[in-house]
Design a protein around this ligand. Structure first.
Ligand code: R5P
Length: 298
């Protein structure tokens, strides 16, 4: 498909290269220059005249920089005369600020949506968006692609390999916001049931969970979440599940933000298996598994 050009900027270079190969598309070339005052100049080095364009870029880690790079690249591509532009933002930064949870807070996610609307692309897609309500902030056609099927496949194989009876498995939502994600996994793994934990934050990035009534004695617990950032949420949830008698804790999360450098050490204390998708490209130790989202990018 030589009418298709696939770009990435910083976050998803491997994914873009893989897809360009798969679709026999042109892998777009770009340059990013930095001025002494910190301003940037982003441009396409590939002529996109009459081409359909896919840009893949997660707005992860320094989300605001990634966002601005994207806006400049879209403008540059349009100026070459592209036919259409689809924007894949596999991990959507600022998505956790989708509501006012304290007086005078901004709804940052809505601000980002308004900014992205100004780019006037044909479609914006993301994976496993933090909250479905975010969609309504956009005027541009916007879709969140679920990742449940990837985790369900992974756990079906894992449970078979480890000889675990599905009846001994519970799917855990680490907070009420992740409830529907856990429901979707339970529906894909018939025989499991759901446990919801009560999380409260003592300060930004610090999470604690309250003891719960549900019986997890001897159960294999799969915590399913969208994001692991500091790891505070899953570690606090895993410790509580083990304290309340769980046999072991497995964790699946779509987005490996992983801003905590000591994350691995903490992980060893309470989590038996961890799996992410590749919405954010990271160098991860071999014992952390990664599921590929590329089949859902079309
Ligand atoms: C929160 O609502 C999200 O779904 C994640 O649970 C949270 O962002 C994870 O962050 P951390 O790893 O820092 O606890």
């Amino acid at each position: 498909m030589k009418d298709l050009v696939i770009f990435s900027l910083v976050s998803n270079k491997r994914l873009a290269a893989k897809l360009a190969k798969k679709y026999d598309a042109i892998l777009g070339d770009i340059s990013i220059d930095r001025f002494k005052d910190g301003e940037i100049l982003v441009k396409t080095l590939t002529d996109c005249k009459n081409k359909d364009v896919i840009i893949i870029e997660s707005t992860a880690i320094k989300a605001h920089e990634r966002l601005f790079e994207l806006l400049l690249l879209v403008d540059s591509i349009k100026r070459t005369g592209s036919r259409s532009i689809k924007l894949y933002i596999p991990y959507f930064g600022y998505s956790r600020q989708e509501r006012v949870s304290w007086i005078n807070e901004p709804i940052s996610c809505e601000v980002v949506a308004k900014i992205l609307d100004t780019a006037e692309v044909d479609e914006i897609l993301t994976f496993d968006l933090h909250h479905p309500d975010i969609e309504k902030f956009f005027k541009t056609k916007f879709t969140s692609i679920p990742t449940t099927h990837l985790f369900a496949d992974y756990y079906r194989k894992y449970l078979k390999k480890e000889n675990i009876d599905i009846k001994d498995v519970v799917v855990v939502s680490p907070d009420h916001g992740a409830n529907t994600r856990a429901d979707a996994l339970v529906a894909s793994l018939p025989g499991t049931r759901k446990v919801i934990l009560n999380k409260f934050r003592t300060a930004p990035n610090y999470a604690e969970h309250l003891a719960f009534e549900d019986d997890v004695q001897g159960k294999v617990c799969i915590i399913i979440d969208d994001i692991i950032d500091t790891g505070g949420t899953i570690v606090s949830a895993a410790k509580l599940l083990l304290e309340q008698g769980a046999k072991c804790v497995l964790v699946g999360a779509s987005h490996a933000v992983l801003s905590n450098k000591n994350f691995e050490k903490v992980l060893d204390t309470c989590i038996k298996d961890l799996v992410f998708t590749n919405t954010i490209e990271k160098r991860l130790p071999r014992r952390i598994h990664v599921l590929d989202i590329s089949d859902d990018i079309k």
